[in-house]
Design a binder for this molecule. Structure first.
Ligand SMILES: NC(=O)c1ccc[n+]([C@@H]2O[C@H](COP(=O)([O-])OP(=O)(O)OC[C@H]3O[C@@H](n4cnc5c(N)ncnc54)[C@H](OP(=O)(O)O)[C@@H]3O)[C@@H](O)[C@H]2O)c1
Length: 314
């Protein structure tokens, strides 16, 4: 089969498009013919940190059709259309086929395209777990989403509106209209305004991207407010892990999120997608042979929504 394989000696970017053995499913696995795979920071950050999947193929968020199943598989049959998050199961999505345990997968709603389905797993689960689990979002909460323009941010805006919050997005000028069109009530263009100096207070702040002082975030929280560190610069993520607890003293909570793949969450999100409550923003689509270009683009940190690799026209 065709795949994009990591090779540390390959120039310029260690990703090589070529032929590899088609995988064979074990008794607890299914074999999936991949139609679409979306990329995440987890792909390029793992690669940069030298955390290489066993099969040396990146790509966690996949959507495709089951080709065959191992003897212990009960949830799926050949022909089923599925979507899954393989980040905890060895990645492998930048390929024509991948094997996966059934626990990583759910049935893709029939009305949702493979591209749209592949866009949800990591980004939308992260947004959901940050808002619902870490922040206990409630109707009427004031929510500030810092980094509303990217994969996680575009879902966070839509999910916060689904939970009936008042949403403010923070992004650069090119993403202002997009953030508003996703339902945000207010947008702050960080290239024109230093939002950390604002006197406004928020019940929830999601730090999805950028590198802003943790104490500034803390100051912007209302009493009993929650800040959730999701991503951005590595130095800020480390600072949040080190000092978050320390500066949580009092009623304001400073938390960090490590999102987990969860079938129930994925089912819930696929349901919202099917009902049209959330819609993935897909900025770019690439063929598999251009996957290294796609990774390079995403790793620059300014994608507008999701980047998807298409293997087969739906
Ligand atoms: N904690 C977890 O479990 C978890 C899970 C998933 C992802 N993450 C992390 O979350 C982060 C975002 O992931 P993603 O998939 O959304 O990435 P992404 O799609 O690459 O995000 C790119 C977006 O970030 C925005 N951005 C860049 N600099 C900014 C700044 N200074 N202020 C505000 N926005 C800025 C960009 O908007 P502009 O072009 O408008 O600047 C762009 O739209 C990454 O660091 C990732 O590692 C963490």
């Amino acid at each position: 089969m065709k795949a994009v394989v990591y090779d540390k000696k390959a120039r310029p970017d260690k990703l090589v498009y070529g032929d590899v053995e088609k995988p064979v499913p074990g008794e607890n696995e299914v074999l999936i013919k991949i139609h679409s795979v979306s990329l995440n920071a987890a792909d390029y950050r793992s690669m940069k940190m030298g955390i290489i999947p066993k099969r040396k193929i990146f790509g966690a968020d996949i959507a495709g059709r089951i080709e065959s199943v191992g003897q212990n598989i009960s949830l799926f049959k050949p022909g089923d259309e599925v979507v899954g998050d393989l980040a905890n199961y060895g990645f492998g999505g930048m390929a024509e086929y991948v094997t996966a345990p059934e626990i990583a997968l759910i049935i893709k709603p029939g009305t949702v395209s493979f591209d749209e389905a592949a866009a949800i797993p990591i980004a939308a689960q992260t947004a959901l777990q940050a808002l619902r689990d870490k922040s206990r979002i409630q109707k009427g909460h004031n929510v500030l989403i810092v980094g509303s323009g990217g994969g996680v941010g575009t879902f966070a805006v839509q999910l916060a509106k689904y939970f009936e919050a008042e949403v403010t997005g923070v992004c650069s000028s090119k993403n202002v209209q997009q953030t508003l069109s996703l339902g945000a009530d207010h947008v702050i263009d960080y290239t024109k305004e230093n939002f950390t100096k604002s006197s406004k207070r928020y019940n929830i702040i999601l730090g999805i991207n950028g590198n802003y002082p943790l104490l500034a975030y803390r100051k912007m929280l209302s009493r009993d407010g929650t800040f959730v560190m999701i991503g951005g610069s590595l130095s800020q993520i480390f600072k949040s892990l080190l000092f978050g607890r320390l500066i949580s003293l009092g009623s304001k909570r400073m938390k960090s999120l490590s999102a987990k793949a969860n079938r129930n969450d994925l089912k819930f999100l696929a349901g919202l997608l099917e009902k049209g409550v959330i819609k993935p923003v897909i900025e770019r689509r690439y063929p598999l042979e251009k996957a290294s270009e796609a990774m390079d683009y995403l790793s620059k940190g300014h994608a507008k929504g999701k980047v998807v690799i298409q293997l087969k026209s739906p």
